[in-house]
Write a protein that binds this ligand. Structure first.
Ligand code: AMP
Length: 299
């Protein structure tokens, strides 16, 4: 297997991606903030399966962190990440320093932003003002620098996925957006680089997110379609974990992120909660259409 090429500058990476596209055709991008786990690696594997060449980016993007958030303590483990990516057969790693992406010559201030208005202030965007503006700006920078044919994102960050899909559609980026399923720990906790912040007790408490979603799934499968009732059931689960502070529990359209009152379509059930100081998110997608079809069909 050829060794992975590791670059920290834009021109080198741009040239390598151009070469990969010319000789091997389809280039897949997996954008990450590093501290890689099996969730990230599942995106890499999906990219390997669907593309001829894969570029991964590792960049802890300061513009998507709020002033009181965990930017400085976000886990950074580049050597370990490199070994994992090399094992997966990744061709190119782009791991730029902050100044390469946001040069100091701009007075360290990005003045051009990409904002998906109407989506960016929903769900996580409501709790984290400016977060999605940072995400869409860095993702569009990566799309311009690396020019991938396809980019792979986790369903774990469902609101992020909606915002990016809308950006790609509205700005005519020639990039296919591929969503990959949530990868979980054996006990059901969604994998996240932030799980490393949890102490032993918090790690146990964190399971309340998944428990609340499972309760909603069960009630949905039993025929409940009222979002208000499903949300009430989920909140009851949270009341059994008073140490965990619920940020939001919402039942929304997966594209517009607007709340839906009754589940009759594909619907996103999304949750965010603070376990100690750590904010965790999780979600599930309910398919109101095929559930209705199954109920209608004769047994
Ligand atoms: P991050 O490094 O947290 O910015 O995540 C980089 C990408 O990995 C995003 O597209 C995430 O949605 C995805 N990702 C993170 N955790 C998981 C997971 N548990 N399962 C699937 N994808 C994930």
């Amino acid at each position: 297997m050829p060794r992975m090429k590791i670059f920290s500058t834009i021109p080198e990476t741009r040239a390598a991606c151009g070469e990969a596209r010319a000789s091997r055709k389809r280039l897949g991008l997996v954008p990450t903030m590093g501290a890689l786990h099996e969730g990230h690696l599942s995106l890499v594997r999906a990219a390997k399966a669907r593309c001829d060449s894969v570029v991964v980016s590792i960049f802890v993007n300061p513009t998507q962190f709020g002033p009181t958030e965990d930017l400085s303590k976000y886990p950074r483990q580049l050597d370990r990440d490199c070994r994992l990516l090399e094992k997966e057969g990744v061709e190119i790693l782009f791991a730029p320093p902050v100044e390469e992406i946001y040069p100091k010559s701009n007075s360290n201030t990005q003045i051009t932003w990409i904002v998906v208005e109407g989506l960016s202030e929903k769900l996580d965007g409501r709790s984290r003002p400016g977060h999605f503006r940072g995400v869409t700006t860095i993702v569009s920078k990566l799309f311009h620098i690396l020019e991938p044919d396809a980019a792979f994102f986790g369903q774990k960050d469902a609101a992020q996925l909606a915002v990016i899909r809308r950006m790609v559609q509205d700005l005519n980026f020639p990039v296919e957006i591929v969503a990959c399923p949530i990868v979980r720990e054996p006990d059901g906790l969604a994998m996240s680089s932030r799980n490393a912040y949890l102490n032993r007790e918090e790690r146990v408490r964190a399971l309340v997110l998944q428990r609340s979603l499972e309760k909603v799934r069960r009630q949905f499968l039993a025929g409940e379609r009222s979002s208000a009732k499903l949300i009430a059931a989920a909140k009851e689960v949270f009341s059994s974990e008073p140490e965990v502070r619920l940020d939001y529990f919402e039942v929304v359209d997966p594209d517009t992120l607007d709340p839906v009152a009754q589940i009759s379509q594909k619907t996103l059930v999304a949750v965010a909660a603070y376990v100690g100081a750590t904010r965790l998110i999780d979600n599930l997608v309910l398919d109101g259409v095929s559930a209705q079809r199954q109920m209608d069909s004769p047994r």
